[in-house]
Design a protein around this ligand. Sequence first.
Ligand code: SF4
Length: 298
Amino acid sequence: MTITNKLNLPAGLVKAVSTERHNAAMCLSATTLLQGVKQIILTDRYWEQLEDDAADRIWAIWGSAVHSLLENEGEHDFTEQEMSYKVGDITVTGRIDNFNMKSNIISDYKTASVNKIRFNDFSEWYTQGMIYAWLLSKNKFPVNKCRFIALLKDHSKTDAMRDHRYPQNPVYVYEFPVTAGNLFKTGNFIRSKVSEYQKYFLMADDEIPPCSPNERWERPSKYAVMKEGRKNAVKLFDDKKSAEERTAELGKGHFIEQRSGGSVKCQNYCLCCNFCNYYVKMLRGKTISNRLRHEDKT
Ligand code: SF4
């Protein structure tokens, strides 16, 4: 992968955010298993042709910061330890930030936006933590709990004072217990993802099905009932009909604003998107509908 430097940032910074190929041959890491199979295969296939800019990767510097932070963890801990376990021909791996062998607690450090906390958007962290717990338990380390310690990059003290539902501190801890039942379900998830990966591994790019709506971070379109002179929506609806009914009830000065959804990851966070027929088709569809909208206006 080529890391460009459009802002002419210092070489040390560019080096800190540069990256190597994430998985060795026949290995899939815990964070890779969170991705759709199409993204996993295309990223690997086109690795040498992928490009990213250092400025867009700036939060990767957090990884180096965590590394030094972990050097000071306690005597019962192991830090940044790679665990692995074979599932068929594939080795599933996970580099665990910290595991305390006395309390049997996994700790993982993250950066996140305030919205992640506000929208309770923890499903990927949950799966990642459970894969770590599964790997540890397969290597004879029982796990009681997973903790994700998140540094909130965009936290505002002023907003915290104004709104009690806003995260009150710039650090947030998301944690959950690890149970035998959840470990069992995680084992099933891992096995099914590995077998899906093997099924599509040799297929042509366009024959691999797109990542699932969840894996694409798909957001549905919303219909906002708005009031003239007010910035925020009066109410958000999932369907147009309910929004129209509410607008009619509220009467004069109210109108509907459509907030388009879409696959957030494809549009903003998938480095292999230019090699993905699903994304290219989606982009083409958007260009055509924008053109039609433009022609309607003229
Ligand atoms: S562009 Fe979207 S569908 Fe295609 S590989 Fe990336 S995440 Fe998956």
